[in-house]
Design a protein around this ligand. Structure first.
Ligand code: FES
Length: 570
């Protein structure tokens, strides 16, 4: 029997079931009528326009939404607005009333405790709650107080410095020339630092355009599926729904896009290639209605066999991830290998080593986990489009979109606010083409902000299997490395082949290696398309080679550090 429902079945929004809530927000009495299901976070952000508290995980894990309720730090995503009745609420916006930064905000700014800034409003609120109770808090108390606030890019030590600074300790470090012992230049504040500690820094999810529609993707809880029929009738009956669009309702043939290979459709057509690939998109007046209606889309589908590992993707007779017609003339198009390369120098068979170490290492898929989930807004007509995206390469996005929609470059405007972390995951276009198509269709700007779960299903680093055979002299000299690395790049190319190539160019690390052979393959699979991540493919293979170093040092009885110094290139 085919499966029929997708998995995003959420409770019906409480249409019409409104309750009155009266709260004090940053010293002002506020009375509003709110839906019973509205979270305090949504109430503050969407109803009161206080965008300082950020939405990331929505399950109380990351702390980006931290505010104070009756003086206690609270994850506002976990509290309903109606639970705030009669309470005193403080948000980041209330901490710098009159334009004066609070002591904690000032210390965060002074000690450089900010980077992308997405986590900072929540972090400052947790810090502020502690500072009021314990102005001279010990390090252990600070660590405990901030333990519920995740930061992905700033590092915590400067925040701990900031708390010592707020307590009156002299912790401010100046930049010192280690040779002459003099201060270099002058202390400067981080550009955008004030906006970050006050919560006024605007990220994609904070932007509101007139007449903007909210989008939700319809996905299936299956690794790969044949799409038989998509029934949108129940979703279209939901009040507040604007449109429900399966791929077949978009202009055909749908163009494919990609920075290296144009292999990715804006939305799945005929079958899905990985868990989380969109099969339809719902547009509604608010995000709750979009999410509810998405759960009512019925997708008649048949699960199909998948390859999700290097071994299964390379096995004889494995299901092909890509239609060979996407790579005409490519001798590898009948396999799941998208690219292979072999290079090296010297002769790995020539040396007579005292020790040979041979191992296979596996490197798992991991996600970049920027604290800011991915979000996009597109306003498009037949003649032009404007794209708001935290993309790391705005000009590349502009050229890809212009080519895809056959528009002159000057008709594609890309506005790229600072990302709340990217780490390579926001390098390339993801859902911008789909949003442009549906924005054209409804004649309105469309916003899509992914949940954290959807973000995990959209970006990741390539996993890898790296087999290395290495030869060493008894003194610890590297005589050769013979490397075979396979990168599991996922369902579409994105920059997977570049990551595989560049990572392996640096395969032998920073050492003198007289003989090397490096063979590498970028392998397609029915998994989330991989993309760049810090190191651009290098950590996968370098971790294997460094592990060989450790193993050789252990077997030879040489200190690992000394062995590396002996081999490092001058
Ligand atoms: Fe903390 Fe970027 S500054 S996540």
């Amino acid at each position: 029997m085919p499966d029929t429902f997708n998995t995003h079945q959420i409770p019906e929004p409480s249409f019409g079931k409104m309750k009155t809530v009266e709260v004090s927000v940053n010293g002002e009495r506020v009375t509003r009528s709110v839906a019973a299901h509205t979270s305090l976070l949504d109430f503050l952000r969407d109803e009161l326009g206080l965008k300082g508290a950020k939405e990331c995980c929505s399950v109380g894990e990351c702390g980006a939404c931290t505010i104070m309720v009756d003086g206690e730090p609270v994850n506002s995503c976990l509290m309903l607005a109606v639970e705030g009745q009669g309470k005193t609420i403080e948000t980041i916006e209330g901490q710098s009333a009159g334009g004066q930064l609070s002591t904690v905000q000032h210390s965060f700014l002074k000690c450089g405790g900010v980077q992308c800034g997405f986590c900072i409003p929540g972090m400052v609120m947790s810090a502020e709650a502690l500072h009021r109770k314990s102005p001279c808090a010990q390090d252990s108390e600070v660590r405990e107080a901030l333990s519920g606030n995740l930061c992905r890019c700033g590092g915590y030590n400067r925040m701990f410095d900031a708390m010592r600074d707020a307590a009156g300790e002299d912790v401010h470090m100046k930049t010192v020339d280690p040779v002459k012992g003099r201060t270099v230049g002058q202390d400067i504040s981080r550009a955008g630092g004030v906006e970050r500690v006050t919560g006024s820094q605007e990220f994609i999810g904070d932007l509101v355009l007139p007449d903007m529609a909210h989008a939700k993707l319809v996905t299936l809880d299956v690794g790969r599926a044949r799409l038989n029929k998509i029934d949108v009738s129940r979703a279209r009956a939901v009040p507040g729904e604007i449109d429900v669009v399966p791929g077949a309702d978009l202009p055909q043939p749908l163009p494919r896009f990609g920075p290296i290979l144009k292999d990715r459709p804006p939305i799945a057509m005929g079958e899905t290639a990985y868990h989380g690939e969109a099969v339809a998109i719902v547009l509604a007046e608010c995000k709750d209605i979009a999410a509810y209606a998405a759960g009512l889309v019925e997708v008649d589908h048949d699960p199909l066999p998948v390859v999700t590992s290097i071994e299964s993707a390379l096995a004889e007779g494995a299901p092909l991830v890509q239609d060979p017609s996407l790579r005409p003339g490519d001798p590898l198009s009948g396999t799941n290998v998208l690219k292979e390369l072999e290079f090296g120098w010297g002769d790995v068979e020539a040396p007579e080593p005292d020790l040979i170490v041979e191992n296979t290492y596996t490197f798992p898929m991991v996600t970049q986990f920027a604290i800011e989930p991915h979000g996009f807004i597109v306003s498009a007509s037949e003649e032009k489009m404007t794209i708001w995206s935290p993309v790391q390469h705005p000009f590349l996005l502009q050229s890809i979109m212009a080519e895809l929609f056959d528009l002159p470059l000057t008709s594609v405007h890309v506005l790229a606010p600072d990302p709340g972390g990217g780490f390579g995951g926001k390098q390339m276009p993801k859902y911008e083409p789909l949003l442009a198509l549906v924005s054209r269709r409804i004649g309105r700007p469309v916003r899509l902000v992914l949940t954290l779960e959807e973000t995990f299903q959209s970006v990741r680093r390539a996993g890898a299997r790296v087999s290395v055979r290495s030869g060493f002299s008894k003194d610890g000299d590297i005589l050769f490395h013979d490397i075979q690395s396979d990168y599991l790049i996922g369902a579409y190319a994105d920059v997977g082949t570049r990551v595989t190539t560049k990572g392996n160019y640096l395969g032998v690390g920073p050492y003198r290696v007289p003989n090397a052979r490096i063979r590498a393959r970028a392998v397609l699979s029915h998994t989330t398309p991989s993309c760049a991540f810090r190191g651009y493919g290098t950590p996968q293979v370098n971790w294997a080679v460094e592990s060989q170093e450790n193993e050789a040092a252990r077997q030879l009885g040489i200190d690992g550090h000394e062995k590396r110094k002996r081999n490092v290139a001058d």
